[in-house]
Ligand binder design. Structure first.
Ligand code: HEC
Ligand code: HEC
Ligand code: HEC
Ligand code: HEC
Length: 468
């Protein structure tokens, strides 16, 4: 199935253009002219000129600009352009890796959430819940670390993207269909399974559409939301209308009710993700590659090579030599708070084993072995370490080790998530060896980039430990 373009014009980022500006300017000019005339007339009739008129106009225009910012736009459903601006930033930082810039989505990977039909069917509450609760078992994690202002901002941002010919659809969230799940099962397999997966698990089963049989989706989507989606389809995506003579499959309404009842009947029996099937088998790099492609590729790139300034390489020879399996599992389960590396406690140990087997199976020239002693502790001088850090590390890792968040080219080595996962010796060995093929070079000794001594490095590590 080829992905066609959506019909809506490319989203105009709010902020690049001030909406309704012409009218606003006209009003302001009119206002200025009126004051000008008033002032002029006042001069004729009343005598002394009002010397403060310029200030008054400036003041008045400031007030109008403020009002304009907060003027509700009907299509924003009560949100303001200010919110949309914040939302756009939040979206780029946390969502665009998967949902793409502007939210256009990627078939087989993450749905379009700026889609005309999606936005017509999804209430603010649906979007809010999808963000807060996530879709367990899929890369759509619950985004509990976002503030309320950020979540509302994202909703405002999505609603601010111009949409052509938006349909008006009333969804009744309380409506329940009492179809027949026995009849629904074969209908689902015939018409929906090819894209949404035989088990309704969507992308994680290799489908081109999302997991409409997963508990996370079924918990937020009402029967009517599913029904209207099947009726309208989603323009510009492989999700077509399936209902009636104009639909892809000429399904009758009752047949769609049967499919919905079937999906609901499986709600409790569907495990979150394919984890249950992989209990005691040996680590499987082929399965690991699939899990990697679903859950990690958006940021760590194909084959895990990473992207400078965005996400580190996790198939790097030196990284894999220094990082234990435990380190990788812990990093994924706990995430790195404050970075795009969100916690994925939902990925089972079996899935993690497969992913690690995959990373470790990737061919790497001149493999190395580096023993790391996690019990080793360095007790250097934090003040000296701070100065050394500022000279040799801050340019890439940020003034306080904030990493990418501060525009750095390297990860956030001063952040709590990294520091709680990495032992002193892990940090030491990384500084000693560098990471071949990346901007992270060896820094110790005469062959190192900075000829640092081991005690310099001990000072730097001691400093890093004081940041939090
Ligand atoms: C790591 C990839 C990833 C990131 C990052 C991500 N999402 Fe998702 N999102 C997904 C996937 C995959 C789905 C579909 C899951 C399923 O149901 O199979 C999804 C589903 C959704 C849905 C429901 C869409 C629908 O059609 O019902 C919304 C809304 C959403 N995401 C918003 C967001 C927002 C807002 C952010 C940023 C705070 C975000 N997502 C970050 C991967 C991601
Ligand atoms: C040709 C592939 C294809 C078929 C067949 C298909 N879908 Fe979809 N469906 C998709 C895609 C792709 C999306 C997500 C659209 C996007 O990327 O934005 C989707 C989205 C949906 C959604 C919205 C999910 C959400 O997270 O909000 C529902 C509900 C849905 N489909 C139900 C069905 C049902 C029921 C059937 C069978 C009658 C069906 N689909 C058949 C590809 C398909
Ligand atoms: C020229 C830029 C640059 C400089 C200077 C630099 N680094 Fe790095 N560092 C990186 C990059 C890039 C990575 C991640 C490599 C990748 O993308 O796979 C990294 C990775 C690391 C890691 C591993 C982080 C993790 O998440 O596992 C540590 C620890 C580290 N650097 C410490 C230091 C210290 C200490 C200094 C100063 C002595 C330093 N770096 C100087 C660019 C730099
Ligand atoms: C939405 C983007 C994103 C996704 C998806 C993602 N990561 Fe990350 N990951 C990052 C970022 C960014 C960092 C570096 C954070 C920092 O600054 O410390 C990171 C760091 C890591 C590290 C530490 C690397 C090091 O050098 O210490 C590992 C291991 C890792 N990720 C594994 C995974 C695995 C496995 C998956 C899939 C299950 C995954 N990540 C999914 C963005 C992501």
């Amino acid at each position: 199935m080829k992905k066609s373009k959506t019909d809506a014009p490319e989203p105009e980022p709010p902020g690049s253009k001030f909406e309704g500006l012409p009218g606003f300017l006209l009003a302001l000019c009119g206002f200025a002219v009126a004051i000008g005339i008033g002032v002029g007339a006042g001069r004729l009739v009343k005598g002394p000129a009002d010397e403060n008129w310029r200030e008054r106009i400036t003041e008045a225009s400031k007030v109008m600009v403020e009002q304009e910012k907060h003027r509700p736009r009907p299509h924003l459903l009560g949100h303001t352009m200010e919110q949309a601006r914040l939302g756009r930033e939040t979206f780029s930082a946390f969502c665009a890796a998967c949902h793409q810039e502007g939210g256009t989505g990627k078939v087989g990977f993450a749905p379009s959430i700026r889609n005309r039909d999606f936005l017509a069917l999804a209430s603010d509450d649906f979007i809010r819940k999808s963000i807060r609760m996530g879709r367990p078992g899929t890369p759509m994690v619950p985004w509990s670390q976002l503030t309320e202002a950020q979540v509302e901002g994202i909703i405002a941002y999505l609603r601010s993207i111009p949409v052509a010919h938006a349909p008006q659809v009333e969804i009744d969230p309380d409506r329940k269909f009492a179809g027949d799940s026995q009849r629904g099962a074969p209908l689902y397999q015939t018409y929906c399974a090819a894209c949404h997966g035989a088990g309704g698990q969507g992308y994680i089963e290799g489908g081109s559409g999302p997991g409409i049989g997963l508990p996370g989706f079924l918990a937020v989507a009402s029967d009517d939301y599913i029904f209207q989606t099947v009726k309208h389809g989603r323009i510009g995506t492989p999700m077509r209308s399936f209902l009636g003579a104009a639909g892809l499959a000429n399904l009758r309404e009752e047949e769609v009710h049967d499919i919905i009842t079937y999906l609901r009947s499986r709600e409790t029996e569907v495990p979150s993700g394919p984890s249950k099937t992989a209990v005691v088998k040996a680590a499987d790099p082929v399965a690991g590659e699939q899990h990697f492609n679903v859950n990690c590729i958006a940021c760590h790139q194909s084959g895990g090579v990473g992207k400078t300034g965005f996400a580190p390489s996790i198939r790097n020879r030196d990284f894999l030599a220094i990082a234990s399996d435990e380190f990788i599992v812990q990093t994924v389960h706990n995430g790195r708070p404050g970075t795009a590396m969100v916690a994925r406690p939902d990925l089972s140990d079996a899935i993690m084993k497969d992913i690690i087997a995959y990373l470790r199976s990737l061919p790497e020239a001149d493999g190395v072995k580096v023993p790391v002693d996690p019990s080793k502790k360095y007790a250097g001088d934090a003040t000296v370490g701070h100065a050394k850090y500022a000279t040799y590390c801050a340019a890439c890792h940020g003034q306080k080790g904030e990493g990418y968040a501060a525009g750095g080219s390297g990860p956030g080595i001063g952040l709590s998530g990294f520091l709680s996962a990495a032992s002193d010796d892990y940090i030491f060995q990384t500084i000693k060896r560098g990471r071949v093929g990346t901007a992270m070079r060896p820094f110790i000794g005469p062959t190192g980039l900075a000829n640092l001594s081991e005690s310099d490095v001990s000072d730097i590590i001691t400093y890093l430990r004081t940041i939090n």
